[in-house]
Design a protein around this ligand. Structure first.
Ligand code: GLU
Length: 682
């Protein structure tokens, strides 16, 4: 754990920090982060709001006793002892949520971005409903829903995400998972391949994997993969073949149910998939292609035959009559296949199922290990390679995630170790993928670094959802700035080879070149200039040359003088240079300080709160002695200003140039902040 040294600046703040020291550090900081209005209590609804912001839901199965205990608490304001016992009822989950340590720490920002994506894509009405199964042609084409479930069970939902729809081919992912889990990959591999096909999902040639198969040598003919119909009918044929079709469907509903969070006691609030008998019958009625595929599968000898001997003929006495034999193993496999394609689930259910796969086989909500890690590892590559019909390769290249779509209009995406996503919108493109679904997937990967082959950090226009936004911003510039200010050329070389932008500035547009100049790091300045880094003005219009001059680093001043640049002079405002000065805190996790200042800059109060819960002192200063209050004041972020003051931030901290937060608010003409801070000074 990072050590902190909190220097309390004035009497009032001293008492806040002294009181904090009397509490156990971990729980104490969490409690303190939620206290508001200078009170030493936490408001009930404030606590709930913080949890909902983090993506947890009121009906979360894991938090039942926590919410019960919270609701039973007699008053709205909770004191520390009670708070501690209430959050303990939610286990580590609550603490992680409040410290910003869940799978997607900045869930609020994530949700806002997904809302934007949803709104942008909603007007897209292109594509057509699937018509070859009649009930699919009758669904409301306008429907559109998105659901995301993270491996920590954070949930995002928008639009028609609670509407039942036909999962169709999406069943193939869950189906293959169950078969691999039950029979083991070696056995399953003897029946179905793991190769791309490049053809239509119901193409009969998908029967043949491995050329040279013939009636003389049938056993080397297996479907290419389990994501196309032939392979899916085959894998369905392998699930409990000795049982009746009813029992088999029941079993499959139960297993799919477990994957999406249903539990046998039915306490999780999640239901088993719903069977739509009409859908199954209608598909059966005209499903000649699938029926033909089933018989071809039988012809290869790879669907287990139900009888080894020809049954007795009931028409022995009639010359031309005999019982026409239809292999029940085939019709049963088809019947179960049509049934599981007709199952209905909501986008939220499916996102949960995808999250179970993302989570290595454990359902994030019920914590039920439905599939082993090795099953998941064996299933996902096949989904990735063949899940999106005959645009699977292109889809993987562009989106880079294991995904499966169905002609019911659903697309599921798995972001391994992070989240499951399901988009539902029934209009399809010419290969059978939901048009809006594809667009959403595209926009998500344009915004977030989730493509399996995305590098980290080199593309600062995209965001890593695993990292809080302010931390993400901090890491895009902070490391280089600290390295420059410490004279660490080695680290800068490494960052250069990672294609990091060494000209990137922080919240004050202070760049590595500014800090190297201020600290007299001549070698760093030379290195940066040799690598094409340009001197740019900071928030106050100051170029690095001013930093070098102010601090008497003449050699550096000369380096800049040689460049053909017109340098303006910075304009700082320091009203009372000899006025009171409060001390700021030192904190040895430098990147976390930058993160705090970015959060203050963005008026991101939940972000600041999470950092306070992780024990950073609110008045920690950066390389320019800037604090969160300087940034919040300069940006006019009144909510952040209030939060910081209420959590003990002193007023008269001074930056490198001697400016206090109030000076900064005045310079930037932030009236509401000026008014608030001035009222405190009196
Ligand atoms: N039951 C449908 C079929 O076999 C599923 C098609 C799909 O969603 O790709 O044709």
């Amino acid at each position: 754990m990072t050590s902190t040294e909190k220097k309390a600046p004035s009497k009032k703040e001293e008492s806040v920090f002294d009181w904090l020291k009397t509490l156990p550090p971990r729980e104490g900081n969490i409690f303190f982060s939620l206290c508001e209005g200078g009170k030493k209590t936490v408001n009930k609804s404030k606590l709930k709001e913080a949890l909902f912001d983090s993506g947890l839901q009121i009906n979360d199965f894991r938090l039942r006793s926590f919410f019960e205990k919270l609701d039973r608490h007699r008053s709205n304001d909770i004191e520390f002892e009670d708070f501690n016992s209430i959050i303990k009822a939610g286990g580590l989950l609550i603490e992680k949520a409040l410290r910003g340590e869940l799978a997607v720490p900045d869930f609020r920002d994530f949700s806002i971005n997904l809302d934007k994506i949803y709104d942008e894509i909603r007007p897209n009405r292109s594509g057509d409903l699937a018509k070859y199964i009649p009930p699919l042609a009758e669904v409301d084409p306008e429907q559109f829903g998105i659901a995301v479930v993270t491996t920590d069970g954070q949930i995002y939902q928008r639009g028609d995400s609670d509407v039942d729809f036909s999962i169709q081919s999406m069943c193939k992912v869950f189906n293959y998972s169950i078969v691999v889990e039950n029979l083991g990959l070696d056995k399953v591999n003897r029946h179905v391949g793991a190769e791309p096909s490049g053809r239509q999902f119901d193409d009969l040639t998908l029967m043949v994997k491995g050329m040279g198969g013939s009636s003389l040598n049938p056993n080397n003919q297996i479907p290419f993969n389990p994501m196309v119909n032939a392979g899916a009918i085959m894998t369905t044929g392998l699930i409990n073949p000795k049982n009746s079709t009813g029992q088999r469907l029941d079993y499959i509903r139960e297993q799919f149910g477990r994957i999406v969070g249903w539990n046998a006691m039915e306490t999780s609030g999640i239901k088993r998939p719903r069977f739509n008998k009409n859908m199954a019958r209608q598909e059966n009625f005209k499903g000649y292609n699938n029926i033909a595929t089933g018989f071809l599968l039988m012809a290869t000898g790879n669907i287990p035959h139900s009888d080894s001997l020809l049954p007795e003929d009931a028409h022995e006495d009639k010359e031309y009559e005999y019982d026409f034999y239809i292999e029940p193993a085939v019709t049963n496999a088809l019947k179960v296949y049509f049934s599981i394609c007709s199952l209905e689930m909501t986008a939220k259910d499916i996102a949960m199922g995808a999250a179970t796969l993302a989570n290595g086989g454990v359902c994030p909500i019920t914590q039920d290990r439905v599939l082993s890690q090795s099953t998941v590892r064996n299933v996902l590559p096949v989904v990735q390679m063949a899940g999106m019909y005959n645009s699977s390769g292109k889809f993987f290249q562009e989106i880079g995630l294991p995904s499966k779509s169905g002609v019911g209009g659903g697309i599921l995406l798995i972001v391994p170790q992070l989240m499951g996503i399901c988009i539902f919108s029934p209009r399809l493109d010419s290969v059978g993928n939901s048009v809006r679904g594809l667009e959403v997937a595209r926009k998500i990967t344009q915004k977030y670094l989730v493509h399996l082959f995305d590098g980290t950090m080199t593309d600062t226009n995209r965001i890593d959802p695993k990292v809080p936004i302010s931390k993400w911003r901090a890491s895009s510039c902070g490391e280089a700035i600290w390295a420059a200010s410490n004279g660490d050329v080695r680290s800068l070389e490494r960052l250069t080879s990672q294609q990091r932008d060494l000209q990137a500035g922080d919240y004050d547009i202070r760049t590595p070149l500014h800090l190297a100049s201020a600290e007299g790091q001549t070698e760093v300045v030379k290195y940066l200039l040799n690598n094409g880094v340009q001197p740019i003005p900071d928030r106050w219009g100051g170029y690095p040359i001013s930093d070098a001059k102010d601090n008497g680093h003449n050699e550096i001043v000369e380096l800049f003088t040689k460049l053909d640049v017109n340098y303006s002079e910075p304009v700082h405002l320091v009203e009372d240079p000899d006025g009171e000065t409060d001390e700021m805190a030192t904190f040895d996790n430098e990147m976390m300080v930058i993160e705090l200042l970015f959060a203050a800059f963005e008026n991101d109060v939940p972000g600041i709160r999470q950092l306070v819960a992780r024990s950073i002192p609110v008045h920690a200063g950066d390389y320019d002695l800037r604090t969160a209050l300087h940034l919040a004041s300069a940006e006019g972020s009144l909510q952040a200003v209030k939060y910081l003051i209420e959590h003990g931030h002193p007023l008269n901290v001074r930056d490198r140039w001697g400016a206090t937060p109030l000076d900064e608010a005045k310079r930037e003409k932030r009236d509401s902040v000026i008014k608030y801070l001035s009222s405190l000074k009196k």
